[in-house]
Design a protein around this ligand. Structure first.
Ligand SMILES: [Zn+2]
Length: 232
């Protein structure tokens, strides 16, 4: 059978492959996909900060409660009529009051510490928000640009596909099938000539027994690169 139809098919298909590659390697696509990652990262960061902030609020409430309780106890002691109690009890009151003051001072420090942590979370949150907004803007911009390109190229691909579909009837089924399998595996070109006893694709030399088979049948599958070598 004639190799011409196959080669014509392959040549036209290459125009489709070029357009497909153009979309695949599109810079806008790469940027918007990257931005999608940045957006998700910023979202995750915000969720994490939100959890941390909630924990801090809980801690704050616990400490505040404890602080108020201590403060109340201290108030009670201050209101005690010291004239009416024994010296022993007075000593006890002094110890308790000292402990309470100590507690209050510790709790105060904890509250200050929490406030500092809270501020740190807020500023981290601001950074995450800024990153999110910037990435989202960039994402939209480049996604739109890519979609615009898609709208140009996809109809072109469809048109060319219709053209090559018409050529399919002139090609042997088995060759067409093999062609399509290899195309899926991103092997191009699929049909290559024999060049100086070697595969026209990968340049691997063909053993003489196989060479004989190629001359008889007209086609041979390269054992190395799986291309179909044809013999004119
Ligand atoms: Zn080869």
């Amino acid at each position: 059978m004639s190799i011409d139809k196959i080669l014509e098919y392959q040549k036209k298909d290459f125009e489709i492959i070029k357009l497909e590659r153009e979309l695949e390697n599109n810079e806008d696509k790469k940027i918007y996909q990257k931005m999608l990652g940045v957006v998700k990262e910023a979202q995750n960061k915000s969720t994490m900060l939100d959890k941390e902030a909630n924990q801090l609020i809980q801690d704050y409430n616990n400490i505040k409660k404890s602080y108020n309780e201590n403060l109340k106890s201290y108030g009670t002691i201050l209101n005690t009529n010291l004239d009416k109690i024994s010296e022993n009890d007075l000593n006890n009151v002094n110890t308790v009051a000292g402990d309470l003051i100590n507690n209050l001072s510790i709790l105060e420090k904890k509250l200050i510490n929490l406030a500092e942590k809270f501020n740190a979370i807020l500023s981290e949150f601001e950074i995450a928000k800024k990153k999110y907004n910037e990435a989202k803007q960039k994402y939209i911009l480049h996604k739109n640009a890519f979609e615009k390109k898609q709208k140009e190229i996809i109809p072109e691909i469809d048109k060319k596909k219709k053209e090559i579909n018409k050529l399919e009837s002139g090609i042997e089924q088995i060759h067409l099938l093999k062609y399509k399998q290899r195309r899926t595996d991103k092997i191009y070109p699929v049909f290559v000539p024999l060049i100086d006893k070697a595969c026209g694709g990968c340049r691997m030399e063909i053993p003489s027994a196989s060479l004989q088979k190629l001359k008889e049948k007209g086609f041979l599958e390269c054992e190395h690169c799986r291309r179909i070598i044809y013999f004119n």
